[in-house]
Design a protein around this ligand. Structure first.
Ligand SMILES: Cc1cc2nc3c(=O)[nH]c(=O)nc-3n(C[C@H](O)[C@H](O)[C@H](O)COP(=O)(O)O)c2cc1C
Length: 158
């Protein structure tokens, strides 16, 4: 049985996710970051998470070569940040407020949570690379998450 790309997208769109910006550093030390919804927890002991990054993504090289990365979990107020970090061919960090983690990765202002990782494994998955990170530090803040559902941004209704 084969599934058309439209059917595949439609059914995956029924699975809501949070939205993150994954940041790392390029070989030249430049800040690199992209919007990523394919993020999930993997293991508790040791603490592992994974992200899935398309081979063609401009940040793919940095994420597969840098020692690690930081997962910025976006809050409901950060839809514009999610949009900005998915735009092609712009300087994504320009005008964006951020500080630096102890490992040197960008921590965006106003996030809901932060997961700093050391890269421990790479696996091939079709047109994506599955990047596994061991969690070295975390931070949580009060707030509500930004969600992605059926191809659009959404928020929790309580
Ligand atoms: C809500 C949202 C979630 C995304 N999630 C992923 C993802 O999990 N993995 C991925 O490789 N690209 C993801 N992207 C696409 C990248 O953020 C980015 O748009 C893409 O890599 C094109 O930019 P580039 O040309 O700089 O690579 C997502 C985009 C949006 C808007």
């Amino acid at each position: 049985m084969s599934v058309s790309p439209d059917e595949f997208r439609a059914v995956l769109g029924r699975f809501p996710s949070g939205v993150t910006v994954v940041s790392t550093r390029g070989a030249d030390g430049s800040d690199q970051g992209m919007t990523v919804s394919a993020f999930c927890s993997l293991s508790l002991d040791p603490p592992l998470v994974l992200i899935c990054i398309e081979h063609s993504a401009s940040v793919h090289e940095a994420l597969t070569t840098a020692p690690g990365f930081a997962v910025n979990i976006l809050s409901a107020r950060q839809e514009q940040i999610a949009r900005r970090f998915s735009i092609v061919d712009i300087e994504r960090f320009e005008g964006v407020g951020f500080t630096r983690s102890s490992s040197g990765y960008a921590i965006l202002d106003d996030i809901l949570g932060l997961i700093e990782c050391r890269r421990v494994a790479l696996h091939e998955g079709g047109d994506h690379t599955i990047i596994v990170g061991e969690v070295e530090a975390t931070r949580i803040e009060i707030g509500t998450p930004l969600l992605y559902y059926r191809g659009g941004y959404a928020q929790l209704e309580h």
